[in-house]
Design a protein around this ligand. Structure first.
Ligand SMILES: [Zn+2]
Length: 486
């Protein structure tokens, strides 16, 4: 994610899950007492326990869920922009990682009509943004199972008090984006980056309206005044990187290196303007970044500029970042933000955080990519950008630990600036060749998976042959400005 420059110092108001706010779901406010107990599960016998209502993230206890691992989501949704009415079916294939008597999915608002597990009717209750599903039979550890959920209603922001993330309705359509969570605003999901999965996303909208999402456009068909757009993302994807943009867009398609390129600009923005010119550089910038980070990790390219003033940020939605309109209305060349979001395709999307605490592995790297891009374009060198960041940094950013910023500072300036400075300090310590070998190896070894700071440090030590704990400690964690590396 990248905020507009002027807003960088503003801490993003997180769209917190389970932090209150009206829950429009017509569902029980609390679980029946029987559901709170471990249920002996059919013939499976004892030892079957409820899955945890969170994935164990120390920053966001209710995000995601425990006890299973999702392999794929098949989403079929129909959205009527005029009525803000969504109906959907989610088919989720998963594997139990514990003996489960029941398990949770995350779903903010909306109403569940029916749930089956392996074709058999299952019971479900709602507890705020948790959807608690009890299958007819317990799910033994290691068992693959398929959950099918029919649902619908009027989707909205995840936290109605902070309309920056979730499902945001606009004049002619809607956009579903947001970090650290957004997916649960429009489909039932294990909403945490530690459980990545593949997706097929079918979106049916009125004929003439565009429905854009991640990955490859696998088909499009129209019937009875409605058009269905079929998208497929075969690489594992974290749920906050799932994109939905519906509305009147100028869509451009092409091909690069044998892979499809789909870019789109809201039709309400000036044709042929700054937004289109910046998006047209998507593959050029990706190719440049590939020289630094290794091969581009996905099967499709793209980007979408939306026209929604509530979105004053850009987000690295997988294969196709979304950019708010503010980046393209000034005199400044906006290609820096394209470089930032495209760098996330390696760091954030292909290699994802396992816990939100490690967010610098996304934002520090993407900020560093801005410096690389500036240098490539004949602007300040990376060393100059580092120097400026170091000299201009104030106490505030050194008081926040970039390696453990706390949930309230997740997307704060310290994470971006200290994160990028940490990488330059590493480069100054290990040398250029080893530094870029570390970046490429991190992307290659963790491709499609998750990583954490400890693993990154271990890799840097392995490839450099140096002890680097104190360097990372000073630049990432300590609450004071470190001296320049000698
Ligand atoms: Zn970012």
């Amino acid at each position: 994610m990248r905020r507009q420059v002027a807003a960088l110092a503003v801490v993003l108001a997180l769209a917190g899950c389970g932090s209150g706010g009206p829950d429009p779901a017509r569902s029980p406010a609390a679980l029946p007492s029987s559901a709170a107990q471990a249920t002996p599960a059919g013939a499976a016998g004892t030892g079957f326990q409820p899955g945890a209502p969170g994935a164990g993230d120390p920053y966001f206890s209710t995000y995601g869920n425990g006890g299973y691992d999702v392999a794929s989501y098949q989403l079929k949704v129909r959205y009527d922009p005029a009525a803000n009415q969504l109906t959907g079916t989610a088919t989720i294939k998963a594997t139990a990682t514990a003996n489960l008597s029941r398990f949770n999915l995350d779903l903010a608002g909306l109403t569940v009509q029916s749930v089956t597990v392996d074709g058999m009717a299952a019971t479900s209750v709602r507890d705020k943004s948790e959807l608690v599903i009890t299958p007819a039979r317990g799910l033994a550890r290691g068992k693959s199972f398929t959950v099918t959920i029919a649902y619908g209603g009027q989707p909205g922001p995840i936290n109605p008090a902070q309309v920056t993330g979730g499902f945001l309705r606009s004049g002619d359509g809607a956009v579903a984006i947001g970090e650290p969570e957004s997916a649960s605003a429009w489909f039932p999901v294990n909403d945490h980056p530690s459980d990545k999965a593949t997706y097929t996303i079918e979106v049916t909208v009125p004929e003439g309206v565009s429905a854009l999402s991640n990955g490859v456009l696998a088909g499009r068909s129209t019937s009875g005044g409605w058009t269905t757009w079929r998208w497929a993302e075969k690489a594992p994807m974290a749920s906050y990187l799932v994109l939905l943009a519906i509305g009147d867009y100028r869509v451009t398609t092409g091909e690069h290196d044998g892979k499809p390129v789909v870019t789109a600009v809201a039709a309400s923005l000036p044709a042929g303007g700054s937004a289109e010119r910046a998006l047209a550089r998507t593959t050029e910038i990706t190719d440049f970044l590939a020289t630094k980070f290794g091969p581009y990790p996905f099967d499709a390219y793209g980007g979408i500029v939306i026209d929604d003033e509530r979105v004053s940020y850009a987000l690295e939605t997988q294969t196709r970042p979304v950019y708010g309109p503010d980046f393209f209305d000034g005199a400044v060349d906006p290609s820096w933000v394209v470089a930032h979001e495209l760098a996330h395709q390696w760091y954030g999307d292909s290699v994802s955080v396992r816990q939100w605490r490690d967010i610098w592995l996304n934002e520090g790297f993407a900020t560093y990519a801005e410096w690389l891009w500036d240098e490539h374009q004949g602007g300040p060198s990376v060393a100059q950008s580092f120097d400026l960041a170091y000299r201009r940094s104030n106490d505030a950013i050194w008081r926040v630990s970039a390696g453990d910023p706390g949930s309230g500072n997740l997307l704060s300036r310290a994470v971006y600036q200290r994160g990028a400075m940490t990488l330059q300090a590493l480069r100054m310590t290990v040398g250029d060749d080893t530094f870029f070998r570390i970046l490429k190896t991190w992307a290659a070894e963790k491709r499609g998976g998750n990583g954490d700071t400890g693993e990154f440090i271990a890799l840097a030590e392995r490839l450099s042959g140096k002890s680097l704990r104190s360097l990372f400690d000073a630049w990432l964690y300590k609450r004071s400005q470190p001296p320049l590396p000698s």
